[in-house]
Design a protein around this ligand. Structure first.
Ligand SMILES: NC(=O)c1ccc[n+]([C@@H]2O[C@H](COP(=O)([O-])OP(=O)(O)OC[C@H]3O[C@@H](n4cnc5c(N)ncnc54)[C@H](O)[C@@H]3O)[C@@H](O)[C@H]2O)c1
Ligand SMILES: *[C@@H]1O[C@H](CO)[C@@H](O)[C@H](O)[C@H]1NC(C)=O
Length: 440
């Protein structure tokens, strides 16, 4: 899993204190020469040299400006040019009355692709942004782009949310009314392999996006994906928005919780309207290969054993599986009910909306039940290996209280796990059956 390196390495190369290195070098050289020149140059020149030296010393010791531009973020520009700009603008074109203009980050991701498609279909303007990172199979991301997004006319910008120059360029080209921010480093166990990728995308990247958004005039409303994982080790069920969220079980959860606090700050100081949606285990066609329902399907078809987790004392592990279409409906309602941001020019003009809302299915299903449903749909018996759930990020169960989602968004999930899995399995067999005959 070191494959993320080449993509992010150009970002890692930025010195943490931009612009500090050059002056240091030249002033050392300068001071050194001043002493050699002492006897030969006239007084006036000497004093002006000392004066200059002091000025340089001042710059050297002062902390670097936090607003220093992050130059060199992108060495090979994958964007720019009039052709590119025209494609961005065409994709952003609104085709329905009172439609929104939405920037969707993480657009070739699982939720991002489905949400972009739904927005485009109902006539909203949509511009996608994704860095196509290789956390999981890039082929799947490229297929979502070519088979879903290209066909619908959604243009996806190949770029990183940490790239402020790119974001400002996009906000300059298009007046986005909303940002649907879904780009993130997901997965709980990978955080032990590559912790920094979580900070880079879920904290740094989110702050960068909020910085550019708050400086835009008029500011967009932000709708973004938090996670049920913020409930961490809580045992009170169902999980309600008012419950404590200060005992995360993974770095992933910690970065999502940090995101919620950061979002509050930007709402409070700059008047950005922000809605955080806590998704509960989303599944469905075009899903994520790192999730259990996905790799169980693959392994069952390959007649490979699958590891089924159980909690301490044989406690069952359960998840509030939520079908992708229900999540997308929740995202769209959140966009439609979002109030306008109140700030302009980086200044708050009044209180702005701030919401945190669960999007789940409210009916947890045990992993054993998940496996038996898959066996039935695939018509193959699974080779189950029961193992004690390791304490490295997963929580024993999740269960959403969705009263607030119902009240705020009119949200009412309609797909049960068996119906949703049937659609997933159909897609899986179509996609891998047609693409790679030996995949299963
Ligand atoms: N799927 C779930 O069960 C679930 C549950 C809770 C929360 N979420 C959250 O929902 C959102 C969408 O999840 P998903 O399942 O679609 O995941 P995903 O990994 O399929 O999609 C995320 C996309 O963001 C892109 N991305 C990551 N870092 C980026 C960066 N720095 N710049 C630009 N693009 C970047 C990735 O390439 C990927 O295509 C994420 O924020 C995730 O944390 C998902
Ligand atoms: C669900 O959340 C609402 C607040 O949104 C709360 O009033 C209600 O008591 C919660 N229900 C349960 C069963 O915890």
């Amino acid at each position: 899993m070191t494959s993320l390196k080449p993509i992010l390495s150009h970002i890692d190369n930025i010195p943490s204190t931009p612009g500090k290195f050059k002056p240091e070098k030249s002033s050392m050289y300068f001071l050194h020469h001043r002493f050699r020149l002492h006897t030969t140059v006239p007084r006036l020149t000497l004093w002006s040299l000392v004066f200059l030296g002091l000025i340089m010393l001042f710059f050297l010791l002062s902390p670097p400006s936090p607003a220093a531009p992050r130059r060199g973020l992108r060495t090979t520009a994958a964007y720019g040019g009039s052709g590119w700009e025209n494609r961005v603008k065409a994709s952003a074109k609104v085709r329905s009355r009172n439609g929104h203009t939405v920037l969707v980050t993480g657009a070739v991701g699982f939720v991002g692709a489905h949400a972009s498609l739904a927005l485009k279909r109902r006539g909203d303007g949509v511009v996608g942004l994704d860095n196509f990172n290789s956390y999981y199979d890039i082929t799947l991301k490229k297929s979502r782009k070519s088979q879903l997004l290209d066909r619908a006319g959604v243009f996806v910008v190949d770029g990183d949310i940490n790239d402020a120059v790119l974001l400002r360029k996009l906000f300059g080209l298009v007046h986005f009314t909303h940002v649907l921010h879904l780009a993130a480093q997901a997965g709980v166990r990978y955080a032990m392999v590559n912790p920094n990728s979580y900070i880079k995308s879920n904290v740094d990247g989110f702050v960068n996006l909020l910085e550019v958004s708050k400086s835009t005039n008029p500011q967009p409303a932000i709708i973004w994906a938090s996670s049920s994982s913020v409930y961490g080790l809580n045992s009170k069920v169902p999980f309600s928005e008012k419950d404590r969220t200060d005992q995360p079980a993974s770095l992933y959860a910690a970065t999502k919780k940090a995101g919620e606090e950061i979002a509050h700050t930007y709402n409070h100081i700059y008047g950005l309207s922000i809605t955080g949606l806590r998704f509960f285990t989303v599944y469905g066609p075009w899903g994520r290969p790192d999730m259990a329902y996905f790799f169980f399907t693959k392994d069952i078809l390959k007649r490979r054993p699958i590891s089924v987790f159980e909690g301490p004392d044989h406690a069952t592990v359960a998840r509030d599986f939520t079908y992708i279409d229900d999540i997308v409906k929740g995202c769209l309602s959140a966009l439609d009910t979002a109030k306008k941001s109140t700030g302009s020019g980086g200044k708050k003009k009044g209180e702005a909306q701030f919401r945190i809302i669960n999007l789940g299915n409210t009916s947890p299903v045990s992993v054993n039940k998940l496996v038996s449903l898959l066996e039935k749909l695939l018509k193959v018996k699974a080779k189950k290996k029961v193992v004690l759930m390791p304490r490295n990020g997963d929580v024993p169960f999740t269960h959403a209280n969705i009263s607030l989602a119902h009240k705020e968004l009119g949200y009412r999930p309609t797909t049960d796990l068996e119906t949703g899995l049937k659609k997933f399995v159909k897609w899986y067999l179509d996609y891998y059956g047609a693409k790679k005959k030996n995949a299963w």
